[in-house]
Design a protein around this ligand. Structure first.
Ligand SMILES: *[C@@H]1O[C@H](CO)[C@@H](O)[C@H](O)[C@H]1NC(C)=O
Ligand SMILES: *[C@@H]1O[C@H](CO)[C@@H](O)[C@H](O)[C@H]1NC(C)=O
Ligand SMILES: *[C@@H]1O[C@H](CO)[C@@H](O)[C@H](O)[C@H]1NC(C)=O
Ligand SMILES: *[C@@H]1O[C@H](CO)[C@@H](O)[C@H](O)[C@H]1NC(C)=O
Ligand SMILES: *[C@@H]1O[C@H](CO)[C@@H](O)[C@H](O)[C@H]1NC(C)=O
Ligand SMILES: *[C@@H]1O[C@H](CO)[C@@H](O)[C@H](O)[C@H]1NC(C)=O
Ligand SMILES: *[C@@H]1O[C@H](CO)[C@@H](O)[C@H](O)[C@H]1NC(C)=O
Ligand SMILES: *[C@@H]1O[C@H](CO)[C@@H](O)[C@H](O)[C@H]1NC(C)=O
Ligand SMILES: *[C@@H]1O[C@H](CO)[C@@H](O)[C@H](O)[C@H]1NC(C)=O
Length: 446
């Protein structure tokens, strides 16, 4: 019997040729209040490339999830919460997106501020466990370093607990003063730099804040006319999504019925503008402040006579983006054939195709690793290579990726760092030239 082969056709025709699924997680766009995640952007394989073994590594880690910090609490969250407690708006139940406000309570009070949350402590432990597994073949570190704030110290302690499976005495925690006079010889080099200001970027961020919050304010005020939502209220509500999640495990402020995906992208971009000008390419100072950790790490990885093979230090959110800038990563101008720094971050509309995304750069527990590898990999010269990871995802250097897995060969990497050191203004000069604070990081020279 003749069997027409188009019997198979209905199956093909039924295939969902044009369907595309859409997922949006606000927590992956929460900038400084994003719980730790690995964006896999680019989606390069995180495991060590074939034929290579990691022989040494250096990590710089932001503290894990905390209760709101003083500035964000006082500027955005507390005024919103106070207003809520005293508002004449009582009809929340009848609103579409705000019904939860009728019995929502603030997740943090004054005495909680800046402290590590339980979830944060678990995150820090889990990083310890993960790195212990990844580097099981390396000598366990004798020391871990942390700046002196409670949240960085507690994160480091959590890390040590996880790394040592609770045998915390086998690793010493060295606390490094967050003092001005330590200059670059600290894990907080911006503190001794008078040319640095924590308010850099707030004008640019606020300018775009006006743009993206305008329709949100109009919509919410139409729903709840007595509350009089302001730009700062909206910022506080976006921040509460991340903060409430790392405190209580979830938050009604993360609901996409409250803020749509497009609105989240506005919030994220306003943050990106701030960090771009505060800790990134928008200010040349950023590279100066990021280089000391890079320089100290390379020295520690280079000198194989040093007994310690794994270096881990805990700091605040400012330093990892400065380090990435010093390394030329997340550079919006790369491959553009130009270096129009500020042109890549307009203040009236979103550059969706930017590389600089604070959610990917500085979530809670964000960490930058420089790994040194010994390789015998097909098609590559036998020898040492260096690879950068950001939150476990490989980030190949723009001008040096001649090795396996997006890594950079040893000599080219040393040349790259040397070139950066030569072309970047030194610490005291860039910081105002009015001090004689230490200009390099010497922590790892032990
Ligand atoms: C509470 O609201 C009333 C009326 O809107 C206002 O007069 C008063 O100043 C507010 N109190 C506080 C502490 O904000
Ligand atoms: C308020 O709280 C109660 C009890 O926890 C809950 O059942 C209810 O759904 C909440 N109402 C709103 C509007 O969230
Ligand atoms: C930690 O420091 C103490 C005091 O300096 C020292 O006796 C001990 O050997 C150190 N532990 C490790 C694991 O290096
Ligand atoms: C870790 O050690 C502390 C103090 O000795 C102890 O209270 C705790 O239960 C231990 N935790 C685990 C998971 O072993
Ligand atoms: C709403 O808030 C703004 C900014 O705080 C204020 O200038 C304005 O007077 C308020 N309007 C009403 C009706 O309360
Ligand atoms: C960013 O990229 C541009 C264009 O390639 C380059 O001129 C500039 O030096 C880079 N900036 C940094 C800090 O690497
Ligand atoms: C970018 O903008 C900042 C803030 O306005 C300014 O200080 C900086 O000089 C600008 N950078 C360039 C390269 O124009
Ligand atoms: C990597 O380590 C494995 C296991 O110790 C070893 O057999 C191999 O030769 C090493 N490769 C290189 C390139 O060092
Ligand atoms: C880099 O490290 C060397 C020592 O290894 C030191 O002499 C130099 O001052 C450091 N430079 C910076 C900018 O950290």
């Amino acid at each position: 019997m003749y069997l027409p082969n188009f019997l198979a056709l209905p199956v093909l025709l039924a295939a969902p040729v044009l369907s595309s699924s859409y997922h949006f997680n606000p927590l992956d766009h929460s900038a400084g209040t994003a719980p730790y995640f690995t964006p896999h952007n680019p989606p390069l394989q995180p495991s060590t490339p074939q034929g290579c073994n990691v022989t040494r590594a250096s990590y710089l880690v932001r503290h894990a999830a905390i209760y709101p910090n003083d500035f964000e609490y006082e500027t955005y969250i507390e005024p919103f919460v106070k207003k809520l407690q005293n508002t004449s708006q009582h009809q929340w139940q009848s609103t579409k997106a705000l019904a939860f406000l009728s019995n929502w309570t603030a997740p943090a009070e004054e005495h909680h501020l800046e402290k590590l949350t339980k979830f944060g402590l678990q995150e820090a432990r889990s990083l310890g466990t993960t790195l212990h597994k990844r580097y099981a073949h390396l000598t366990a570190p004798a020391r871990v370093w942390s700046s002196t704030a409670e949240r960085t110290v507690k994160s480091a302690e959590g890390f040590i607990t996880g790394f040592t499976d609770n045998h915390t005495k086998s690793i010493n925690l060295t606390q490094v003063a967050e003092s001005e006079k330590a200059g670059a010889d600290s894990l907080t080099p911006y503190k001794g730099c008078s040319a640095y200001s924590s308010s850099y970027g707030s004008d640019q961020s606020s300018a775009f804040g006006k743009v993206y919050t305008k329709p949100i304010i109009a919509r919410l005020n139409a729903e709840a006319p007595s509350f009089n939502f302001t730009q700062n209220d909206i910022t506080g509500m976006f921040e509460l999504c991340g903060y409430e999640t790392v405190i209580r495990g979830s938050s009604p402020f993360c609901s996409l019925k409250l803020f749509s995906p497009d609105e989240w992208l506005g919030y994220e971009y306003a943050n990106d503008l701030m960090y771009f000008h505060n800790t990134g390419y928008g200010r040349e100072l950023s590279s100066t402040l990021g280089l000391p950790w890079v320089n100290a790490s390379i020295a520690a990885l280079r000198d194989e006579s040093l007994p310690q093979e794994l270096y881990v230090s805990f700091t605040h959110r400012e330093v990892p983006p400065m380090v990435l800038t010093a390394l030329g990563l997340y550079n919006n101008s790369a491959y553009s054939g130009a270096n129009n720094v500020n042109g890549t971050m307009p203040e009236d509309r979103i550059n969706y195709n930017r590389a600089w995304k604070s959610s990917e750069i500085l979530p809670f527990l964000t960490n930058i690793a420089i790994e040194k590898m010994s390789c015998e990999s097909y098609g590559y010269d036998e020898g040492d290579y260096y690879r950068i990871l950001n939150n476990a995802g490989p980030q190949p250097l723009v001008d040096c990726r001649d090795g396996p897995g997006g890594s950079c060969s040893k000599d080219n990497f040393h040349d790259f760092v040397k070139e950066r050191l030569e072309s970047t203004v030194g610490y005291n000069e860039a910081c105002g030239g009015d001090s004689d604070y230490p200009t390099s990081l010497t922590l790892y020279e032990v």
